[in-house]
Each structure stands twice: as C-alpha cells, then as structure tokens.
Design a protein around this ligand. Structure first.
Ligand code: CA
Ligand code: CA
Ligand code: CA
Ligand code: CA
Length: 286
C-alpha cells in the first residue's frame, strides 16, 4: 500500500506541478532555481525528500493528525498514519493529552474513552465460544458509565480483570476501593479492569446513573459496565456459573490473558496481592 501511495505521489509530481501550479515566491529559499530543494508546503522538508519518504509534499501535516511531518520525525510517530500506535487515539490527541503516541497501552486515561483493539482480535481469529479455564473467553458488548458501547474484545492484547459486583455487596465495595490504584499501577503495562455491576443496592435495574455513581464514588477511570445486560456480561456471569467456575458469590473476578484466554478466577475481597502477582505474571512484568 505504501508503494502505491508513493507511486501516486511520484506520478503527480512528474506532472508539471511545481512550475505551473505553484507561484514560486522564493519563500523556500530556492528562487525556483533548483526544483530539488523546493518545499511546496513550507514544512521544512523538500518536495524531493517528501516524495522519497512517502509524505505529501503539498501538506505540512500529511496525515491530518494535527502534527506536522517535520515534528512527527522528532516524535518518532508515523507521518502518514494519524494513529501511529493503533490505540484509537490520534497522535495529535495523544500529544495534547500527554499520553505516549507510540505506546498502545498509553492513552488519554481520563478521557472517558477506551482503546479499541477489536480489529486486531478479529485479525488474530480470536472468537471464544465457551466458558472454561484455558479457553478463549466469549466476547460481549454492553454500555459503560458514560452510556457508550463497549465490548470485551476491544481490550484484546491486554490482561483483563473482569469483576462482577453489586451495589448491595459490601465486600464488592471494599474491593472497588482498591481498584483504581491497582489499575493505575499496571495500566501502561497493558492491564485493564472492567467492573460489571450485576445489581444495584436494592435489586433494581442497573442504569447508567448507577454506573456513573459507582465510578465517581471510587474515583474509577476504567470501564464500569452494565453487568445486568442479558446479552452482555450477564451472559458471561451465567455461563461461568453453568461451567461450575462461578459458585454465585460476589465479588467474583475472572482474569483473561493478552490472548483473551481465561486464566484465573478470584472469589471475594482481599485478593489484591494475589491479583497483582498474576497481573505481573501475565503482563510479563519482571
Ligand atoms: Ca515540504
Ligand atoms: Ca501529521
Ligand atoms: Ca494513538
Ligand atoms: Ca498511545
């Protein structure tokens, strides 16, 4: 693909573009005398060099991500890919937010948006169908605390802790108190927590306002999701129950490795140290 883009650019340049279409005002310092030093878009990189490297000689910001080609070189980002690390956040948005544009597990953590690696999961053929230890966990889609759709497989490539909790469950709230700090410790190593709320304080329907309240109360910046959603996490909760893994106690947590394989489960609160050891093991932290 890169080659055909380059060929197109070469073709367009081979047309008499420089002399005919662009008035040479001498701003590139060449006086038009030497076409090889022309800098049509004034970004400090000559047209010839831009063609050679595949960037657009007529646009200072070839990929439109808010960062000029010359600055992308300094950042180590790809000047013809607006999202160099494929985490769903453009290079420009990442630089502005202070996250790392060449690290997929660094994203604007307080944006209320999550990375999306579901395409990578599909490309890798990840598609779980049953609930069992050592098996690929089935995908689900539900809503988060912002009312946005979120799916399990968008966190493919990360170590995932899926925590089933309920409003009326004291030990769940105790575990929730520790959760943000745990996530912050490991998130840039590729770790995500999903709090699936299966019930409110009184057994009423789990609504967005409850998820939002839960996130606010515990200072949570990872997804808090509707665990009562019958096509979503509720299916997983019941599937795990039928598989004999989940015995019906909460908090009940399962861990998936970076290949979306179910590798661990934890019952009750107070398992933080064990969970941290497992995160380190599966995320390959020395
Ligand atoms: Ca240029
Ligand atoms: Ca750019
Ligand atoms: Ca990015
Ligand atoms: Ca990033």
């Amino acid at each position: 693909m890169r080659m055909s883009t380059l060929l197109l650019l070469v073709t367009s340049l081979a047309l008499p573009a420089c002399g005919d279409e662009k008035e040479d005002d001498g701003s590139d310092g060449s006086d038009g005398a030497d076409p090889s030093t022309m800098d049509s878009d004034g970004d400090g990189i000559s047209d010839a060099d831009e063609v050679a490297s595949g960037t657009d000689p007529y646009a200072a910001d070839s990929d439109g991500d808010g960062i000029d080609d010359a600055d992308e070189a300094g950042l180590g980002t790809d000047p013809v890919n607006e999202d160099s690390d494929g985490d769903g956040f453009s290079d420009g948005a990442e630089v502005e937010a202070g996250s790392d544009p060449v690290a997929p597990f660094s994203w604007p953590f307080e944006s209320g948006l999550w990375p999306d690696f579901s395409d990578e999961a599909a490309a890798a053929g990840v598609d779980g169908t049953r609930y069992a230890m050592g098996e690929v966990f089935p995908n689900f889609t539900t809503l988060d605390q912002f009312g946005n759709e979120v799916e399990l497989y968008q966190f493919y490539g990360m170590v995932i802790l899926l925590d089933f909790s309920a409003g009326w469950c004291g030990p769940c709230r105790q575990a929730a108190m520790e959760s943000e700090e745990m996530w912050e410790t490991y998130r840039e190593d590729g770790f995500i927590i999903l709090h699936a709320i299966i019930d409110t304080n009184s057994g009423g329907a789990v609504e967005q306002s409850f998820l939002e309240g839960w996130a606010d109360q515990y200072g949570i910046h990872f997804p808090v999701i509707d665990g009562d959603d019958s096509g979503g996490p509720d299916q997983a909760y019941n599937g795990l129950y039928r598989a004999g893994l989940n015995e019906g106690y909460i908090p009940y947590m399962v861990m998936m490795d970076s290949n979306m394989v179910l590798v661990e489960q934890f019952v009750g609160a107070g398992n933080e140290r064990t969970i941290e050891r497992k995160i380190e093991e599966y995320a390959g932290i020395e």
